[in-house]
Design a protein around this ligand. Structure first.
Ligand SMILES: [Zn+2]
Length: 643
């Protein structure tokens, strides 16, 4: 008799896993039919174990074991290597395997299991218990996009000649579509696009082609493409590996790059992490001889656009000088920059303007007593936003709003001034300066979905003399360079203390530079920051050397793995959890728990971090303890920030 752990597939019925009896062992990755609350449901097998070896588990089981209906014939829908990779990735991320499965596959596939062909595997004896014996080739490619695309084209051609398939994982749907557009010429019949925007019918078609047709294919897709049941993949590329989109914003905060690497190891395929510049942590793995270069790394950007870094502190106009402070006029863009934009637009060129922050202004203060406008629940500064009902203060932490006609809470005065430059303020100024030019604002607010975002992008690229102003939201949609690109504000990103924030800012600058044909202008009040100096030098390695030395000195990633813990609730419950965390992890290098902070009305949160030397993670014992934590504690292995 075998104990079979399965993940039932249905909306509404979801728990870690259910356990059933079966006379025969059913390998992981098979679909079976089980009965849950008197309903027959398809379920994915995660694991089968001989009942004789499971005595202890059986006695402590808190559920009654049922038999898997013998009528159903198990059918394999994902590869054995994928199942093994899911297990590895689940262990590394400190999450249950079923959650990892659900994250890396598609609901479309899981709910259409009756329409899927069974996967046939040439190597059916892959063991899931032991580490893979073939060392996967781990490679990096530091090159700008045009060169990367050229490399992928060659890669596909060479792989096809060897009878191998290639998979390119991209961070966003739009990049998948652009990549398909760039690579499909001449091999249209061999390209499979897998994104959440592809119709259900086409996804199922592609899936069945992967499982039944052995001719090599080029798979281009977002994270769930990793589960495509293709056995002859020789190379998996992670395109634009520095993209934040590879890290899930919501739980379980899975790092897709790491999952791709797990899959490569289990398949014996090579992995290529590609970008310009590569992440510091990726670059370090080359120095540590864990990864090799696919081709000689590109050192500097190749673009010919003229680059100017404008120190805006020198351009402010002092209005009046009081005993306390100098009152100044801030403009979102200097006259010189607007002048240059004018010239290009007159010639029918296009302009892109970047601003880091949403809203009109990230900070508003009382000009009389200096009190900032803050969220009444959490105390964080509120952002002034333009809304359909006029301007409003919004808290990006709790979502609280206040009317813009709110007096100073300290002196009840009305003399409020905005500080800092949000994208809506930039848009307002551009509308005034360029009354005849089509102006498109591109933010999470104006482009909440892929469809709306794509529409804005198409409108911009099909309109001569158009200006696009936006936040990070617009970046993946910049499908080709335009004449002039300007950064109106990015300084707020330079004051973020999280250790990856500056690296991220630098990569945004290089990304934008790649999209400027003739002129790239960066306006900043911090031209002396490391990020700006590195950007001006044009060599990302300058930043790498300083940053990696600092990380080593202070024991930050990649030298240490951080396991972030975050919990929310009432102040009392948060404090209670803090005590429990201290107790559970007393034998680890635990930093925190930090004192609770308010995140909303009667809502609090607290954090703690477990530090563990990089080579010691994943640690099975500690991973088990993390898995057993109550679900209100959010676990993020290798989080971007810890406070
Ligand atoms: Zn005041």
């Amino acid at each position: 008799m075998f104990i079979v752990r399965v993940m039932p597939i249905a909306r509404g019925v979801f728990r870690d896993h259910l356990t059933f009896f079966s006379r025969d062992a059913i390998p992981a990755g098979m679909i079976v039919t089980v009965s849950v609350r008197n309903r027959s449901l398809p379920a994915l097998v995660i694991e089968s174990r001989d009942a004789r070896e499971e005595k202890l588990d059986l006695r402590s089981a808190d559920f009654s074991l049922k038999k898997i209906s013998p009528k159903t014939r198990p059918k394999r829908i994902v590869t054995t290597a994928f199942v093994a990779a899911v297990k590895d990735a689940a262990l590394w991320h400190g999450v249950h395997e079923s959650i990892m499965f659900a994250t890396l596959t598609s609901q479309v596939i899981l709910t259409a299991s009756n329409k899927l062909e069974a996967v046939t595997e040439p190597t059916a004896h892959l063991s899931l218990e032991t580490e893979p014996t073939v060392r996967a080739d781990l490679l990096v490619l530091q090159a700008e996009k045009e060169e990367r695309v050229r490399t992928y084209r060659n890669l596909a051609r060479e792989s096809f000649a060897r009878g191998e398939s290639v998979m390119i994982i991209v961070p966003t749907v739009t990049e998948a579509e652009q990549m398909e557009e760039n690579l499909k010429r001449g091999i249209e019949d061999h390209v499979l696009l897998l994104t959440s925007e592809v119709s259900k019918k086409k996804i199922i078609e592609a899936w069945n082609r992967c499982s039944t047709d052995t001719k090599p294919v080029l798979i281009i897709g977002t994270a769930f493409a990793l589960s495509a049941p293709r056995t002859n993949i020789g190379t998996i590329v992670v395109e634009r590996e520095s993209a934040r989109g590879y890290r899930g914003f919501s739980r379980p905060h899975v790092d897709v790059r790491r999952c791709a690497e797990s899959l490569c190891r289990r398949m014996g395929a090579r992995l290529i992490l590609a970008d310009f510049p590569l992440r510091i942590e990726t670059r370090y793995r080359v120095d540590a001889h864990e990864m090799d270069e696919l081709a000689r790394s590109q050192v500097r950007p190749s673009g010919t656009a003229e680059i100017s870094i404008v120190d805006t502190r020198k351009k402010e106009i002092p209005l009046e000088q009081t005993s306390k402070k100098v009152k100044r006029v801030f403009t979102a863009l200097t006259e010189e920059t607007k002048e240059k934009m004018h010239r290009e637009i007159l010639r029918g060129g296009r302009a892109i303007v970047f601003a880091a922050r949403r809203g009109i202004a990230p900070l508003t203060v009382c000009n009389d007593c200096g009190t900032p406008v803050t969220d009444p629940h959490t105390g964080v500064p509120m952002v002034l936003h333009k809304t359909a009902d006029g301007n409003q203060f919004m808290s990006h932490r709790s979502g609280a709003t206040l009317p813009s006609e709110t007096p100073c809470k300290t002196c009840k005065g009305w003399n409020l001034v905005t500080l800092g430059i949000g994208v809506e303020r930039v848009a307002d100024e551009l509308a005034k300066a360029f009354p005849d030019s089509p102006l498109i604002t591109f933010t999470k607010d104006s482009a909440p979905t892929h469809r709306t975002a794509k529409k804005l992008s198409e409108e911009f690229f099909s309109t001569e003399g158009a200006i696009l102003v936006g936040t990070e939201r617009m970046l993946p949609y910049l499908k080709k360079p335009v004449e002039i690109v300007a950064v109106a504000s990015l300084d707020s990103m330079l004051s973020i203390t999280a250790w990856r924030a500056h690296e991220h800012t630098l990569s945004i600058l290089f990304y934008l530079q790649e999209h400027a044909e003739l002129e790239f202008i960066v306006e900043t009040r911090k031209p002396d920051s490391e990020v700006m100096k590195t950007f001006a030098s044009g060599n990302p390695a300058d930043f790498y050397r300083g940053d990696i030395a600092e990380r080593e000195q202070y024991g930050y990633p990649p030298f240490t793995t951080f396991i972030g813990l975050l919990w929310k609730g009432t102040k009392v419950s948060v404090e209670k959890t803090s005590l429990a965390i201290t107790e559970i992890f007393s034998d680890t290098d635990l930093v925190g728990p930090l004192p609770p902070i308010a995140i909303g009305k009667n809502e609090w949160s607290a954090r703690a971090v477990i530090r563990i030397p990089r080579k010691e993670w994943p640690h099975t014992g500690l991973a088990q303890r993390i898995l057993e934590l109550p679900p209100n504690i959010e676990v993020t292995v290798d989080p971007d920030e810890i406070v």
